[in-house]
Design a protein around this ligand. Structure first.
Ligand SMILES: NC(=O)c1ccc[n+]([C@@H]2O[C@H](COP(=O)([O-])OP(=O)(O)OC[C@H]3O[C@@H](n4cnc5c(N)ncnc54)[C@H](OP(=O)(O)O)[C@@H]3O)[C@@H](O)[C@H]2O)c1
Length: 294
């Protein structure tokens, strides 16, 4: 494994101590099937994390509701004590039902418990960044976020959280959130084929706030398109690499957290940071995406 010299450049999330490479890693796929229970191959899960870090990744996205608890415990097992400069971003606001469903968990006590579960399972005294996760499964729903965000801001003042972010929110909710506490990142559903947040991405860029797309590769069913395949062949890359490179080209405030449970896919994904797409190639990808929406 080689250390990557190009992980898409860097982005300052909040201050110099919270500067990350734009190519990060999303840990959700490390839990078992349906993000439930232990992984099919626990050794591979540890190898994925260690290889990501050795390659220079310094931004890992996780949550204690992956597994539940499993993903954070694997991160701790694989990487603790953590390297200086590693930024772990977790999220709260959701819980898992016994039937593996994803349910809101936004009461004061649920949020406090979730922060403490993250601290314990990651083995840290303070969480680097906590995203408040709202909305429905795949899309935000309007409504005030004041109550739950105020709880997290209190925990931040108590010293349990360094920085706050939001996930699955609208531009209006971001605006409301900023009045309660500084918001350093927004994590929403966005990829080459899902562009509802186009304007939001640009708006956040003007505020210097990171936009971190979840499902950058399409999620549980990775993106599939003959147009994407053709472009990938033309630039001698894989379709997944093109999808990631497109995001890195899309805006300087986009940070990537592609998820994988495999070292092979991890290597492929990290290489995407060095893939240059010409303006013509980007225009071609945009026209393919636009045509698929019609
Ligand atoms: N805030 C939220 O609501 C929310 C929601 C969903 C996810 N997230 C976060 O976003 C991160 C990324 O999302 P995600 O992992 O669900 O989706 P994703 O990154 O879009 O895609 C993951 C899927 O793509 C496959 N894959 C990865 N690299 C591949 C490659 N090179 N070739 C072929 N297949 C590949 C993975 O399978 P293999 O394991 O076989 O590689 C997995 O099935 C998560 O880890 C999580 O931290 C947040």
């Amino acid at each position: 494994m080689t250390k990557h010299t190009n992980l898409g450049g860097t982005f300052m999330l909040a201050n110099a101590s919270l500067t990350v490479n734009r190519m990060g890693y999303g840990a959700m796929q490390l839990a078992g099937p349906q993000v439930w229970g232990p992984p099919r191959d626990p050794g591979e899960a540890v190898r994925v994390l260690r290889e990501a870090i050795e390659a220079g990744v310094n931004h890992i996205d996780t949550s204690d509701f992956y597994g539940p608890h499993v993903t954070n415990q694997i991160i701790k097992q694989a990487l603790h004590p953590y390297r200086d400069g590693l930024v772990t971003v977790t999220k709260v606001g959701t819980r898992r039902g016994d039937d593996k469903s994803w349910l809101p968990a936004l009461s004061r006590q649920e949020l406090i418990d979730a922060v403490h579960h993250n601290l314990r399972n990651l083995g840290v005294d303070k969480l680097d960044v906590v995203n408040l996760r709202l909305g429905e499964v795949l899309r935000p729903s309007e409504g005030s976020i004041e109550e739950p965000l105020t709880v997290l801001a209190e925990l931040q003042r108590q010293g349990l959280i360094r920085h706050l972010g939001l996930s699955n929110v609208t531009a209006k909710q971001f605006e409301e959130g900023q009045k309660i506490s500084e918001i350093v990142c927004v994590q929403n559903f966005f990829n080459i084929a899902q562009r509802d947040d186009d304007a939001f991405v640009d708006e956040l860029a003007t505020h210097g706030v990171a936009y971190v797309p979840f499902f950058p590769l399409g999620g549980f069913t990775p993106l599939q398109s003959s147009g994407l395949d053709a472009v990938a062949a033309s630039v001698r890359a894989t379709p997944m690499q093109v999808a990631l490179a497109w995001l890195l080209h899309r805006a300087p405030n986009i940070l990537l957290i592609p998820g994988t449970s495999s070292v092979k896919h991890l290597r492929e994904n990290l290489q995407a940071a060095a893939l240059q797409l010409s303006p013509e190639t980007i225009a071609k990808l945009d026209s393919i995406a636009a045509a698929s929406k019609q």
